[in-house]
Design a protein. Structure first.
Length: 340
């Protein structure tokens, strides 16, 4: 019998924590699913594959697939190609989901035919004292509750926790699967799908624990670096600005520091022109970089005369910038966008 849900689970050298992930899936209150677990050429002496095969021998819903070195994007695409479900759920080997996760997400997709992707709130599974930045990201991602908030938030960072999502197999076929490149595969997918008009949703329940082990790809792989994020988002942001900025291709950028300027410069390679920078540091105000003056933030033009892109990213700074621009009559998505 064809299952309703196919869980895409790429694994590599995951023998230590894989049992917890599998047990959390097998404990689901909704049983009509299959797990396509792709061993992406683990080199741990067969330990990961042995765990997969042991579980597959205990439960026929688990399909262990031994693959060559594909990378996470290739492993996910292989799992999707072999899947049979109407809905595709993501899961990582170092995370764990709550028993109601698959049922609640499938029910949402059943009841919301226009929704392509549904996520959920997630719980940070690390030490916030050691991984403060990651903990802040989890807190921020949980605040993005609507499609509109996620669509605008996507230019700051990925608006969904990748292992928390479920999407329609038809959307995956229509919008395209994962791409391998010098960027995070999930972030590229979200930006591309949003650009193509996909609709996102997020359940208010916390249904996944998003763990933070030392070997997590986001910590070890250069494709997940901040520079890779900014290089990737620039093309999609430039396209969004072309459609939504009445002053296109001209923008004013918040943040005049060297790192911020370098990240904003990616936009220029896509035809965007930076008119000026805004800053609050008196040492920067009055400087000129490549013909672009640094203005005091209080000198921002009235709304209707400029479009602002904020690249500030220090903790709390984005919220401060949003509050300031809102107080000046600017509105997110109409007169400014945050990309830091």
């Amino acid at each position: 019998m064809t299952p309703l849900i196919s869980v895409l689970l790429p694994v590599r050298n995951a023998a230590d924590h894989l049992p917890q992930a599998l047990e959390s899936l097998l404990a689901q209150t909704f049983a009509d699913f299959e797990i396509l677990a792709v061993d992406d050429a683990s080199d741990d002496g067969g330990l990961t594959l042995a765990v997969l095969e042991e579980y597959a021998g205990r439960d026929a819903r688990i399909r262990a697939i031994a693959a060559g070195r594909l990378g996470i994007a290739g492993a996910l695409n292989l799992a999707a190609q072999r899947s049979r479900g109407r809905y595709l759920a993501r899961m990582d080997a170092d995370d764990a989901c709550e028993p109601e996760r698959l049922r609640l997400q499938a029910e949402h997709l059943e009841a919301s035919p226009l929704t392509d992707v549904v996520g959920c709130r997630v719980r940070f599974g690390g030490d916030p004292a050691v991984s403060a930045g990651y903990a802040r990201h989890v807190g921020w991602i949980n605040t993005l509750e609507s499609h509109e908030a996620m669509a605008l938030g996507a230019f700051r960072d990925a608006p969904l926790a990748h292992p928390s999502v479920m999407f329609r197999a038809s959307a995956f076929a229509r919008l395209g699967g994962y791409r391998q490149g010098p960027y995070p595969e999930d972030y590229e997918l979200w930006l591309r799908w949003l650009n193509a008009g996909a609709r996102f949703a997020k359940l208010p329940q916390t249904l996944l624990t998003w763990n933070d082990p030392p070997g997590r790809l986001s910590r070890t792989d250069p494709r997940y670096s901040l520079e890779a994020f900014h290089a990737l988002k620039a093309g999609y942001l430039a396209g969004w600005l072309a459609a939504n900025n009445p002053h296109h291709p001209e923008v004013i950028v918040v943040g005049a520091g060297r790192v911020t300027r370098r990240r904003a410069e990616h936009l220029c390679s896509h035809g965007v022109r930076i008119r000026a920078y805004l800053d609050i540091d008196p040492r920067k105000i009055g400087q000129v970089h490549q013909g672009r003056p640094v203005l005091h933030h209080r000198d921002v033009p009235p709304p209707g005369e400029a479009f602002v892109v904020s690249y500030v990213s220090t903790p709390g700074a984005a919220e401060h910038v949003a509050a300031f621009l809102n107080s000046r009559g600017y509105r997110a998505g109409r007169a400014y966008i945050q990309a830091g």
